[in-house]
Design a binder for this molecule. Structure first.
Ligand SMILES: Nc1ncnc2c1ncn2[C@@H]1O[C@H](COP(=O)(O)O)[C@@H](OP(=O)(O)O)[C@H]1O
Ligand SMILES: [Mg+2]
Ligand SMILES: [Mg+2]
Ligand SMILES: [Mg+2]
Length: 322
């Protein structure tokens, strides 16, 4: 399968969604409201999910979509202003949008896992978005539990030409590329296959409660990895591994979140981008991430992404630390 129609649509809507996020940041700032689990969500998260879902619904009406956000929260009367801003922002991209349609589009992302489905994170790294750091719009196509296509728009990702804004794209069997967010020139990307731990970089979340830094540092020491870990919000970390800026990404759950499983949309697009760039992604026990069970990676524990060359050595060090 070449997945050309899927690729064209995915690129188009991810770019549209990223534009909405940039516009919200410029015009409305980075205000957030709290979800039931106390995590933040913004006008841009909801607006970007509406745009992504509308495009998928129109082009692939039979494919279920599993997205992070849900419009239930917006029924609260005190969020009337937020709801209005979301609708205005979506109308900017899709003039025919009505309030009812926008809510329906957001909720189109409440689908269930099927033989073929899409998963999306309208903003991964909402905390990064609010801080003015990295964030990503993430979209992936999954078939038979395997990611077949992944697109990541990272509007704040630094480019070699000193500009900002990168899209990472991978299709199974076709390699991984990066391109400027507002351009067309695709450039093949590859992991850096170095294996001398003294020269390698690990990358981790900026948020200290999203992974166990103590265990991660102990793993570094076992491996002889001496550099200070790079920190970056969102799935952009997978992009950094795929283009050779870093070599190891560990996501070790903190003891207090041991039973809390990772969301499929926080990983799917990144996994294929790293794999197609020559890297490897498993959980902390060396098992492939299983995208066939639901919205959570229920059959997996944590995540390890590497340049592939050092993967088994890192897994061995992880086993010794558990
Ligand atoms: N305690 C926790 N452990 C692991 N991941 C968590 C977490 N709390 C939140 N997250 C997830 O971490 C994601 C951000 O990833 P990162 O830490 O790599 O920047 C969040 O995505 P959203 O920002 O889309 O909500 C959220 O799903
Ligand atoms: Mg996320
Ligand atoms: Mg999100
Ligand atoms: Mg969130």
């Amino acid at each position: 399968m070449s997945y050309q129609p899927e690729k064209q649509l995915a690129l188009k809507i991810v770019k549209q969604a990223a534009k909405l996020c940039q516009r919200v940041q410029q015009t409305q700032g980075r205000k957030a409201v709290q979800k039931a689990d106390t995590s933040p969500v913004t006008v841009a998260d909801f607006g970007a999910q509406a745009i992504l879902c509308q495009g998928l619904m129109e082009a692939f009406p039979n494919d279920p979509v599993i997205g992070e956000e849900d419009a239930t929260l917006l029924q609260q009367p005190e969020l009337e202003g937020v709801r209005r801003q979301i609708i205005e922002q979506v109308q900017h991209s899709i003039p025919a949008a009505t309030p009812e349609k926008v809510i329906d589009w957001i909720n189109w992302g409440n689908g269930k896992v099927a033989q073929r489905y899409w998963t999306l994170d309208p903003i991964d790294g909402t905390k990064g978005f609010i801080r003015g750091d990295q964030y990503a719009v993430a979209l992936a196509l999954v078939e038979e539990g395997e990611v077949k296509l992944g697109v990541l728009a990272c509007p704040a990702f630094p480019r070699e030409d000193n500009g900002k804004g990168v899209i990472f794209l991978a299709i199974r069997g076709q390699g991984a590329v990066e391109m400027p967010l507002d351009g067309e020139t695709a450039q093949q990307i590859k992991v850096d296959p170095s294996s001398n731990f003294e020269q390698l970089y690990r990358i981790e979340s900026v948020e200290s409660v999203h992974s166990d830094r103590q265990v991660q540092t102990a793993i570094d020491q076992r491996l002889g990895l001496t550099s200070i870990a790079k920190q970056m919000d969102s799935l952009a970390k997978y992009g950094a591994i795929a283009r050779g800026d870093a070599h190891v990404y560990t996501r070790v759950p903190l003891p207090q979140f041991e039973g809390k499983k990772e969301n499929i949309w926080d990983h799917a697009a990144g996994v294929i981008i790293v794999e197609e760039a020559g890297g490897r992604v498993t959980d902390l026990d060396g098992k492939p991430l299983d995208f066939s069970v639901g919205a959570k990676l229920s059959n997996n524990r944590g995540v390890l992404a590497t340049n592939s060359v050092i993967h088994s050595q890192v897994l061995a060090a992880i086993q010794q630390e558990q």
